[in-house]
Write a protein that binds this ligand. Structure first.
Ligand SMILES: Cc1cc2nc3c(=O)[nH]c(=O)nc-3n(C[C@H](O)[C@H](O)[C@H](O)COP(=O)(O)OP(=O)(O)OC[C@H]3O[C@@H](n4cnc5c(N)ncnc54)[C@H](O)[C@@H]3O)c2cc1C
Length: 499
């Protein structure tokens, strides 16, 4: 009976079904890291398919606002160990188009190793595990963006689904007033040029808000700019943690030590304490009262420029802008009404991630028969999808992903319930999984993870950091596991070892 049921479930390929050795969905930094890592294990000339909705590789770096920059030094934002093809200073913060070009360059070495077909402007509509006459396979169905047909169906022993963090482009804030201008960061430059003397109100104090203030000051240092800061965002102090010149030898702290500090500070219950520890010990505004943290970095110089350039900061949330007999006024959540000049420009910097009405689909980190890997925030290996893709792909091909004690975490569900607990838990998970990876993978491979922020520091300091990590691994892992188990109990979300 069982055999008959299995036979009925067998998916039979049609004549047009093509087969590949690997399919990667998503050509952002995550998908590209997965693809590049996989070439270490695929035979020369293997058939590989890369599918993405965008016009070319680079993911969100194709469509983000034009003045976005990396917040970490550019060498540490890459694909595997692909080097940036230029001689800019190491601490240079690459701009959007530079990042996109660099990410695209990773397809060169991939094409030398495997037979790569890139299918851009194509939308994947189905990715599932099916039983075929040749055993379990990943079936991926896709078609041109916006079209119903023609669809293509492909089979592969493995598909890696790296569709990003459900990042959607913001829309202008819907403001009732007809006497103010409401825009998104993508339209900043042309709007500032068209309204040279208008006040700018930046709504949201995260990375996009900070980028927006700096871009506006760059265009005109005398423009009047206000910030509506919500609960305020803390930024890691780049001056302290990415010191330059000789200070790389003597100052700062390895990022892995910083993660350990956060991970050990959090016990699964004390997230507000962890946040305040982060603010006072590691942020650019230790004396402030900012309430959130999203892993953004900022230098002390940027902080000072922003503070000096702002004519007002409101620690509240904007509800609306309405027109009254005295002109437009901002309505804040605390009930106050603050007049603004007619023509004021409001730019929506209220956040990009996990803001949609719906959570992203919970694509499992690994399908039951190990033919589909999901690199996503609903069943995440690391809060950085780039790092997750690098490690998960290597670990998978080496047979080390399951049963080693690595933790999976529903980052999005936790973030939506409690952002501070997400900070503590994501740090605990990142540190735990790093320590286990250091134990499971050869140093030569670890050294090829160009995304590792510890690489900022000279080799001897990194080796010292690695030895310290190994020395305290046992008790640190025990702490992180206990913390993550407590988070799972408290919030009722998926947060458990990958078995
Ligand atoms: C404004 C902004 C600034 C940022 N700055 C930094 C920074 O400085 N440093 C940093 O480390 N991180 C930064 N990030 C975080 C950033 O999201 C990640 O660094 C990274 O680029 C995400 O890569 P990804 O591959 O996971 O996702 P994406 O870049 O979003 O790539 C996913 C790809 O999957 C494709 N895709 C999705 N669904 C489908 C489908 N059904 N069919 C076909 N294709 C599909 C998409 O078209 C997309 O190209 C920033 C994010 C934002 C929004």
């Amino acid at each position: 009976m069982q055999d008959q049921a299995a036979a009925e479930q067998t998916w039979r390929a049609e004549g047009t079904t093509e087969t590949f050795d690997l399919v990667v969905v998503g050509a952002g930094v995550a998908g590209l890291n997965a693809l590049y890592a996989a070439t270490d294990y695929l035979p020369k000339g293997a058939r590989v398919l890369l599918i993405d909705q965008k016009q070319g590789p680079g993911g969100m770096w194709n469509t983000a606002y034009d003045f976005v920059r990396l917040h970490q030094p550019h060498p540490m934002f890459t694909v595997g160990d692909v080097k940036w093809d230029w001689a800019k200073p190491r601490d240079y913060l690459a701009k959007r188009d530079e990042v996109q070009t660099h990410l695209a360059s990773a397809l060169g070495p991939v094409s030398n190793a495997v037979e790569l077909e890139a299918a851009f402007q194509q939308t994947v509509v189905e990715a599932e595990e099916v039983q075929t006459d040749c055993g379990y396979q990943a079936k991926v169905v896709f078609r041109p963006n916006g079209a119903d047909s023609p669809t293509r169906t492909v089979l592969a022993p493995l598909a890696i689904h790296a569709q990003g963090l459900n990042y959607t482009e913001a829309a202008p804030l819907p403001l009732a007033s007809s006497n103010v201008v409401s825009i998104i960061p993508q339209n900043l430059r042309q709007t500032l040029n068209a309204h040279p003397s208008a006040r700018l109100v930046v709504v949201g104090g995260g990375k996009t808000g900070m980028d927006t203030i700096l871009a506006a000051l760059d265009q005109d240092p005398n423009r009047k700019i206000s910030l509506i800061n919500g609960s305020g965002t803390n930024f890691l102090n780049r001056t302290k943690y990415i010191p330059t010149g000789l200070k790389r030898w003597t100052k700062g702290e390895l990022a892995s030590r910083l993660f350990r500090d956060l991970a050990l500070n959090f016990d699964g219950d004390n997230e507000d304490h962890t946040l305040s520890h982060l603010r006072t010990a590691h942020s650019t505004d230790p004396a402030g009262q900012n309430g959130t943290f999203l892993y953004g970095l900022q230098s002390e110089k940027e902080r000072a420029e922003i503070d000096a350039g702002l004519s007002a900061t409101l620690q509240d949330y904007l509800e609306d802008v309405t027109d009254g007999s005295n002109g437009p006024a901002m309505m804040l959540r605390n009930g106050t009404k603050t007049p603004v000049e007619a023509g004021t420009i409001f730019v929506n910097c209220t956040g990009s991630f996990f803001r949609g009405a719906q959570m992203a689909d919970a694509i499992p980190l690994l399908s039951p028969n190990r033919t589909l890997i999901g690199v996503n925030a609903r069943d995440g290996f690391h809060f950085l999808t780039s790092v997750a893709a690098f490690f998960m792909t290597h670990l998978f091909y080496r047979g080390e992903l399951l049963g080693k004690g690595f933790y999976r975490l529903d980052q999005e569900a936790l973030f939506r319930q409690n952002r501070n607990a997400w900070v503590g838990a994501s740090a605990a998970q990142a540190y735990l999984n790093q320590v286990i990876a250091v134990q499971a993978l050869p140093v030569t491979l670890l050294d090829r993870c160009g995304l590792d922020l510890d690489r900022w520091y000279p080799f001897p300091r990194r080796v010292a950091g690695l030895l310290k990590m190994k020395a305290s691994a046992k008790q640190d892992k025990a702490h992180c596991c206990a913390t993550l188990n407590r988070v799972a109990d408290r919030f009722g979300i998926r947060c458990e070892p990958i078995e």
